[in-house]
Design a protein around this ligand. Structure first.
Ligand code: GTQ
Length: 355
């Protein structure tokens, strides 16, 4: 450049240059560096709560709109208001409420996205994963790891509803989404119910079992057991100031998260307990099973969420929050913490900003 060029000349030269490099599929980093390399995450998803009580009738009504064979899966997806049209609950996780009526089946398929179910209402419905049937009860946590055949059915009474969470935004990000439909509606069920629980979940393993094959060999984590664990521990445990008594669903053969990408937890907060302020880069979907309380969200558009059993609420990445349990609460939660930890980017902050 010549000495002391006029600002208009600099601007004109730059515009012409940017247009020219643009034609060669180039874009100067200095035009977007500040947008990308932010001091902290810029998050579009927003704190939001879906009231199961308010939605239940509408969900059940979907049975008269479509059957699960035509629909493949009869699900109402929970779309975060900050992510319009993206069909996602958080930037990385899809969530939906799936309905199965007595006598119906949802055909067997498999896909690279991993799925988890958190059961809200069920009496006699089952999911079958890799040929093993698991009957579902409220509060049960069930996984269908990547590329496992799975279908659902209902031999009992009343509507069955559960929360689905899938890592499909991650498989989309990596362009690694594949789906296959089982030629018949049902894939063969060749394994006894509870087989994997007894084979892998009783502090013993088959000789020669190779651990760390991606996901937990156990598909079902019944609430009955989870609740017993929390109930036994609560009175003689030191409560974590940010989490109360919080346990992670794990692959018992590795101690790591039950699935490689999605973490899941159940925590107990005693009546009257208020957590310390906390935030994490893992945007999280919550579903309380027992108890009522309040989630305070300093700085958010919605400053607080009141929760009750089966409410589903989202706390996005890096949103500070505190939970107060009005009555003893057990709260399920799930996030992409497992994936972020593997990538070495997961962060948390215990305590409020500036503390
Ligand atoms: O039950 O397999 O909510 O494949 C979305 C995709 C559930 C399932 C969803 C699925 C399923």
């Amino acid at each position: 450049m010549s000495a002391n060029p006029r600002p208009e000349d600099i601007e004109a030269r730059r515009s012409e240059y940017y247009a020219r490099v643009g034609e060669q599929q180039l874009i100067p980093l200095w035009l977007f560096f500040k947008d990308w390399f932010t001091r902290k995450p810029h998050v579009n998803s927003r704190p939001y709560a879906w009231s199961y009580r308010a939605l239940r009738e509408t969900i059940i009504e979907s049975a008269s709109i479509v059957d699960p064979v035509e629909a493949e899966r009869r699900v109402l997806a929970l779309e975060n208001p900050g992510l319009p049209g993206r069909h996602l609950a958080t930037e990385s996780l899809y969530a939906g409420l799936q309905l199965i009526m007595p006598g119906e089946i949802a055909p067997s398929h498999r896909h690279t996205p991993a799925a988890l179910r958190f059961v809200i209402e069920s009496d006699g419905a089952y999911t079958s994963v890799n040929g093993e049937r698991t009957y579902m009860k409220p509060g049960d946590f069930i996984i269908t790891p990547s590329w496992t055949w799975h279908g659902h059915g209902h031999e009992g009474d009343g509507p069955t509803v559960w929360l689905d969470v899938l890592d499909v935004a991650m498989t989309h990000l990596f362009n690694a989404t594949f789906t296959e439909h089982y030629p018949e509606h049902r894939s063969p069920e060749q394994t006894e119910p509870l087989d994997t629980l007894y084979r892998y979940g009783m502090n013993m393993l088959p000789v020669g079992y190779e651990r760390g094959q991606g996901a937990s060999p156990i598909f079902s984590y019944p609430y009955e057991r989870t609740r017993e664990v929390l109930g036994r521990l609560k009175d003689h445990s030191e409560l974590d100031p940010c989490h109360g008594l919080k346990m992670q669903y794990v692959d018992p053969t590795t101690g790591g998260p039950a699935m490689p990408t999605i973490s899941a937890f159940m925590q107990l907060l005693p009546a009257g307990f208020t957590t310390d302020s906390y935030k994490t880069t893992a945007g999280t979907i919550y579903c309380p099973v027992e108890g009522t309380g309040t989630v305070e969200l300093p700085g958010a558009e919605t400053p607080a969420i009141e929760y009750e059993p089966w409410h589903i609420f989202v706390i996005p990445s890096w949103q500070e929050f505190r939970i107060t349990a009005d009555s003893e609460s057990t709260i399920f939660s799930t996030s992409d913490q497992a994936a972020q930890t593997k990538l070495g980017i997961w962060r948390e902050q215990r305590g409020p900003d500036g503390a």
